[in-house]
Design a protein around this ligand. Structure first.
Ligand SMILES: [Mg+2]
Length: 255
């Protein structure tokens, strides 16, 4: 049951999320990260993480890798570039998953990884940009220092320039979407296991959300995908059990 494994993922991550600084104290992007949506059918926006969500990559061979990607690196100056080998495994059913998602959602690939590295992998997954409408990288994340002095990159969904009630994210790290916990579907991390079938559970959830959103009473303004995700995972109140952070923020502001 995917929900049980997700709950375990949640428990493993819960302390890390609590170390994030308050959202109000983090740098904000001045312009939306995405251009204005041009899709006329008003698809919801689905943000997908790359590493350990869609693929597993390593600089050393690991059991189950299926491909080697050569990445040439240079410092941008006249020093000679050199190439490194990246061992890659695609999560089982990745292409079927992307096929389904791209039909029903505007897909934004959002990785905290380096752009050159990510593009070398995305070139293999989506060479003709069939699946990903937009790509965002480490430089689009919010750099934060946690209360344990760790340096992390967080994906600020508010900065996308999309309606948050029609935006969701699938990521193996709940910390990565730690400022929008009720917008996420946390997926267990993928490390190259050939028998992984987590996409099926996620597809069931996406399918249920799409069916719900197409009900007449849910059309347009009435629909907020965060309500559905809250009902399924309830992440925000598990991480911050006493008071939702928005409420806590208001209390602090009005005092
Ligand atoms: Mg990841």
């Amino acid at each position: 049951m995917i929900k049980n494994r997700i709950v375990q993922t949640l428990i493993d991550n819960i302390e890390a999320v609590r170390t994030l600084p308050p959202y109000e104290h983090t740098p904000k992007s001045s312009n939306p990260l995405l251009p204005i949506s041009t899709n006329s059918i008003k698809k919801m926006t689905l943000v997908l993480d790359l590493d350990e969500t869609l693929v597993h990559c390593s600089l050393t061979p690991f059991p189950g890798y299926t491909e080697i990607v050569e990445l040439s690196t240079s410092n941008g100056d006249s020093s000679p570039s050199h190439s490194i080998k990246i061992y890659v495994s695609y999560r089982p059913y990745l292409f079927e998953f992307l096929e389904y998602c791209s039909q029903h959602f505007e897909i934004v690939l959002f990785t905290a990884g380096d752009q050159q590295y990510a593009d070398s992998i995305l070139m293999r997954i989506d060479p003709q940009n069939r699946y990903f409408t937009h790509r965002l990288y480490r430089q689009h994340c919010v750099p934060v220092t946690t209360s344990t002095q760790a340096q992390l990159y967080v994906k600020d969904l508010s900065a996308l320039g999309r309606n948050l009630s029609h935006t969701l994210i699938i990521d193996n790290s709940i910390t990565a979407f730690g400022f929008h916990l009720d917008s996420g579907i946390p997926i267990p991390s993928f490390y190259g296991q050939a028998n992984d079938s987590e996409f099926f559970g996620v597809l069931n959830i996406l399918d249920a959300i799409l069916r719900f959103s197409s009900l007449p009473e849910c059309r347009e303004a009435a629909f907020d995908v965060r309500n559905n995700l809250k009902e399924i995972f309830n992440i925000e109140s598990q991480v911050f059990p006493k008071l939702p952070r928005e409420v806590a923020g208001q209390v602090i502001q009005t005092e």
